[in-house]
Design a protein around this ligand. Structure first.
Ligand code: 16G
Length: 169
């Protein structure tokens, strides 16, 4: 996977430098995004609950200190709002000769911006980033309805090895 092959997924072609409209910006999450509606975007994915600015800042600092969290957002600079996000979380492994493994998490694009390939752009961006960082694989969990979508972006269910199991607390 490289930018040339990423571009084949995007028609018309858009890039991080040119996400289709000049006022859209793809960049890493920053602390001030609390005030750009970052949590409101996440609440289109699942329950966010009550997260104060202080909670957000301390969690952000924990992620920064721990390392391995690469949260990428799309900002609409015209209205100063975050309109999409995708996270790459990396984990250190002993297996595969002390490899790095990537997880694609919390992918969401504001539903009023659908149809602009922004979800694709941001998923492909963090996927490419995982490759650049040397991850030996990148995986994700998703609802059944999104399987075709992620398939169209190069993700596959591995026969006999694609169950997502959980224990909710
Ligand atoms: C989806 C997300 C996952 C997110 C979860 C939240 C992707 C690819 N998958 O599985 O990252 O954390 O939904 O759902 O974005 P939950 O609140 O039921 O755990």
């Amino acid at each position: 996977l490289d930018w040339a092959s990423v571009l084949q997924f995007l028609n018309p072609p858009i890039t991080n430098e040119q996400p289709g409209e000049e006022w859209l910006l793809v960049r890493p999450l920053k602390l001030s995004d609390f005030d750009r509606g970052y949590l409101q975007i996440l609440s289109q994915l699942t329950n966010v609950g009550n997260v104060s600015k202080a909670n957000f800042e301390s969690q952000f600092q924990k992620m920064r200190n721990t390392g391995g969290h690469y949260i990428t957002v799309i900002e609409d600079t015209k209205i100063n709002k975050i309109i999409g996000s995708a996270s790459l979380i990396t984990e250190f492994k002993f297996i595969h000769e002390c490899a790095l493994r990537g997880r694609l998490e919390d992918v969401v694009v504001n539903n009023t911006y659908r149809g602009k390939q922004l979800g694709k752009l941001i998923v492909l961006t963090v996927t490419l980033l995982s490759k650049k960082l040397g991850c030996y694989k990148m995986s994700l969990d998703c609802k059944d309805a999104l399987i075709p979508y992620y398939k169209s972006l190069g993700y596959k269910s591995e026969p006999g090895n694609s169950n997502s199991m959980m224990n909710r607390f």
